[in-house]
Design a protein around this ligand. Sequence first.
Ligand code: ZN
Ligand code: ZN
Length: 342
Amino acid sequence: MNTMLQAYVPRAHEMAFREIERPVPSAGEVVIKVSRIGICGSDIHAFKGKHPIVSFPLTPGHEFSGYIEELGPEVEGWSKGDLVTVEPAIGCGTCPKCQVGLIGQCNTLQFIGGGLPGAGSPLFKVNQKQVVKFPQEVGPDDSAMTEPLAVAIHAVQKISDLNYKNVFIAGGGTIGLLVAQVSRLSGASRILISEKQDYRAQIARKLGLATVSPNPALEKEIIQFFGAVPKVTFECVGAEAPLNTCIHVVERGGYVIVAGVYEEPPKTDMVQVQDKEINLSGTLMYTFDDFRKAADWITKKKVTLSPLQTHHFPFRQWGEAYRFIESPQSDYLKVFIDMDEP
Ligand SMILES: [Zn+2]
Ligand SMILES: [Zn+2]
């Protein structure tokens, strides 16, 4: 068989499959037998046609793991069966941003599973430079979470020194819970997460994190919890109300780091940003060093990932997975597509 199925989104709210050629690796490329693909909040924004920088048709799949299947010419250091993940952001490699590793700021950034086809096919071809290897015992689920952990590591590194600082995180989704764990590893004093879904709050508490539920007295409750205003806040929802909560509770001269992806431009309380000399910073993706650090932390089990891995859908039920995620009744955190299950 010289063809295989590829999942793709032809237009908003539609998931389809098409036959494509099996990949043949060129010089420097490897073919990966894809095992797990994690569904990211940004995939859902894109599926709805609301991602600021993604257009159709689109083949998703930027958080994934698999096993090396085939080596192209001039490929070294890899063997068939190696467990790997792929760094999906590809900078031009030559601009001043790329030269210091800030690929997320490259003007001609390309992204696997965004503008470039993602891993939504049983076999996926990629340049070996993008590939990161794991010991087999790490397994396909944890290794597929390197990308979101790299996002969290990059976000936390926006604060040069987190030691003894109180951290408030808006949003207990995958990124919020990973930002919390990275903050804890980076020496944060106390950490509080606001999360409206009971299911996610329970997972946060399982990870030993304190939670609060958004309510009209939220800002007061956050300050009560810390006994002071927090120095650092992370907005990991991508919505106006949590962004302004961060701005309102943060200490004068403190930090609001924005990791959420917004479907609409929010009304931001710039009166307080200016008046309190708040350091308001966006964060996108990661450097390749962040990505390698994420892989290393996963290998060394510095972060706890299993409570976040809540659902698996087989390859051909990708559309059902999206519908499950989109349903307001659904409780979930990281949903995987199992590419090795037809
Ligand atoms: Zn992602
Ligand atoms: Zn560049």
